[in-house]
Design a protein around this ligand. Sequence first.
Ligand code: PLP
Length: 349
Amino acid sequence: MAEAHLDIDLRAVAANWRALDALSATGVETAGVIKADGYGLGIDGVAPALLAAGVRSFFVALATEGAALRRVVGPGARIGVLSGHMAGDTDLIAAHDLVPMLNSSEQAERHLAALPGRAFGVQLDSGMNRLGMEPAEWDGVRARLMAAGPWLIMSHLACADEPAHPQNAAQLEAFRGMTDGLGVRRSLAATGGILLGPDYHFDLTRPGIGLYGGRPFDDARPVVTLRFPVIQCRDVAPGESVGYGAAWIAKRPSRIATVAAGYADGLLRSLSGKATLYAEGTPCPLVGRVSMDLLTIDITDLGHDPAALELLGARQGVDAVADVAGTIGYEILTSLGARYSRRYLRDAA
Ligand SMILES: *Cc1c(COP(=O)(O)O)cnc(C)c1O
């Protein structure tokens, strides 16, 4: 088999959820955010693992994602839809018992008219200016929405991964100003917000990236291992080039390994000439350009031809690779391609 092996450790996902859950008081519910197919890792694996760990509320971005998730988790679990109640979503919301987080007065009108009596939440903008009602809009619909009994009122922090950023406290104050005294369950914190401490926890937290082993949850257990079988090794003489654009030229007699994965598998082309892969613990530099389906790696210093090379794992996590590519761990995870042979690691039943 030439294709790469992607191992997803569901025991680590569950352990990361429990660790994040333990950071807030016992009365605070810890939800699980599994938009974008569980940050690219697959809801078929991730959602049952989180359910078994104790998650009772999930969040997805889209109603279509919510419908797919409902088939995996069955009835019972709550599924919040962060994009709210869009035109055309009504049937999906009703059929799959989804809870739209209403983002605007327009969505509020739509929901109350189309699905009166059906569960909903409210998303407020406390300063990120991306999604949710601003104070004036909230003032206009608050009485009607509160009378209808929202499940949750939430907002999202723009700078939670930078604890010293003054916008955290400013958003906290704005959120309090819009929700204090309403007697409704509230939520402000994603992974970064959990780490900011109890002032930010309210009644429910919404971790995503921390479940999957990413920053800013530095104590996370790594979840993903990505390993490539070596297809071919060759000797390259000094002065010979490797790959497209002849972008790498051997300075010494070199041994080059080729593996089957490339930018079509989410290995960003910006990793060209910069990434490091590991063979049995020995670092081996990626040389030349990342192509659509292939990578070339300098294994000269290893001294033998390895069976496989590893990009992601305990030695090098998603954030380390993201730093090299000039992006964030979220993008590395959600880019992971469909061609990998995926395996979920579970506890023995
Ligand atoms: C993506 C998202 C989360 C989860 O954020 P992480 O940083 O991955 O923990 C929580 N809430 C909202 C509104 C989101 O969009």
